[in-house]
Design a protein around this ligand. Structure first.
Ligand code: MRU
Length: 370
């Protein structure tokens, strides 16, 4: 997608052997590309959220593994590096999915050729992610076009949570892909962007990308969504997912569940943009079985922003003696999900619909635990 008129992807291999990412911890204040050269740097970029968003985490891990194999391509190193990368963030299943795919493809490859094969496969996965997100965009566009037609062309008001935009994937985004496609098709729309405390991925990242792409939007505080739904000011909710279970429970950024409850209470359609890489066919009960990442309390007690002089600072917003809790994700039960927008079409959030859409993944999930 475009930043200041230039098309970017969130990750790309460089001719000199490095892998370029955009340091998302600096956004929206500074657009800072950063080059990864070592496995440890890739692992750190994921853990510190210089890259984040389920699909991008998966692709970054694949490139990180390739960087590691360049130093040591033995089978022992491959296994060790996969475990190291898998431990960086526990919730988004794309990470495990990407690493297991790399393991399966690279184990049979001769040691001397492993690093090169790993870079090639990471590149393939990046391209696939772009194609998958574009397909999600095409399917979701139909939903938006339908609402637009019913409203006689008046702007379609879409609420989204966190950043499931192009910054969370390689390009297009998942939840934002239908939005970008509709915008490009000339459909009037307006996006309500949840700020998404504590790390403000909505306020910092989604607003940044929508703004640069010229999509009309407004940032709202996390607690405004229910009120706006009661007032009839939300036509549609589209969010992303970090892990969706075989029966359609959706794990996503903390606060998603509350939006789903409010949407349900107000008859607002609640859709989840779900690439198959984020579906975990080995789990059923999302509430019981998905590991929820607990992040540092400092993300709650402190906020960062930019001063009038352009300096990025962190300030404390809580009393120094108050502890904080920081569960980073929650699970929305399938019954609150109107539908899943996948690369193979829009389907119900049910075991049968998911199995019918992705039969090959059901078998794989049972065999491999992903
Ligand atoms: O903690 P983050 O910023 O990695 O969380 C990201 C989200 O929860 C996204 O909504 C999800 O990964 C879907 S991204 C296409």
């Amino acid at each position: 997608m475009r930043v200041d008129g230039i098309s970017y992807r969130t990750i790309r291999p460089l001719a000199d052997g490095g892998v370029e990412i955009i340091d998302q911890t600096q956004l929206p204040h500074v657009f800072a590309p950063l080059v990864l050269r070592e496995l440890a740097e890739a692992a750190n970029a994921i853990a510190q959220m210089q890259v984040r968003g389920a699909p991008l985490i998966g692709v970054t891990a694949a490139y990180g593994l390739a960087l590691g194999l360049r130093r040591d391509a033995s089978s022992a190193a491959l296994a060790r590096d996969i475990e190291l990368l898998a431990a960086t963030r526990p919730t988004a299943i794309n990470l495990r999915w990407a690493l297991e795919r790399m393991r399966e493809a690279l184990m049979p490859v001769a040691q001397a050729e492993r690093a090169e094969a790993a870079f090639a496969l990471a590149g393939e996965m990046a391209e696939e992610d772009v194609a998958v997100c574009a397909a999600i965009g095409d399917h979701g566009l139909a939903l938006i076009a339908d609402i637009s037609a019913r409203k006689g062309g008046a702007p379609v008001n879409i609420l989204t949570h966190c950043n499931a935009g192009w910054l969370a994937t390689v390009d297009w985004g998942t939840a934002t892909a239908p939005i970008y496609k509709a915008h490009e098709a000339g459909i009037a729309l307006h996006v309500l962007v949840d700020e998404t405390r504590p790390r403000n991925q909505g306020a910092a990242l989604t607003a940044f990308e929508l703004g640069h792409h010229g999509v009309p939007h407004a940032v709202i505080v996390d607690n405004a969504g229910g009120h706006l739904m009661q007032k009839g000011e939300v036509d549609l909710v589209i969010v992303g997912t970090d892990r969706t279970t075989a029966r359609g429970d959706v794990c996503n950024k903390i606060g998603t569940y509350l939006k789903a409850l409010a949407a349900h209470d107000n008859g607002v359609p609640f859709y989840v943009a779900a690439p198959s890489s984020s579906i975990d066919f080995s789990l059923h009960d999302g509430m019981a079985d998905i590991p929820i990442e607990a992040r540092s309390p400092r993300e709650v007690t402190h906020m960062s922003g930019v001063t009038e002089h352009g300096e990025i600072v962190s300030i404390r917003v809580t009393p120094p003696q108050s502890p904080a809790l920081n569960p980073a994700f929650d699970v929305t039960p399938a019954r609150l999900v109107t539908g899943l927008i996948t690369e193979r079409g829009i389907i119900g959030a049910t075991e049968v619909a998911l199995a019918q859409a992705f039969p090959e993944r059901v078998i794989q999930g049972i065999l491999s635990g992903v």
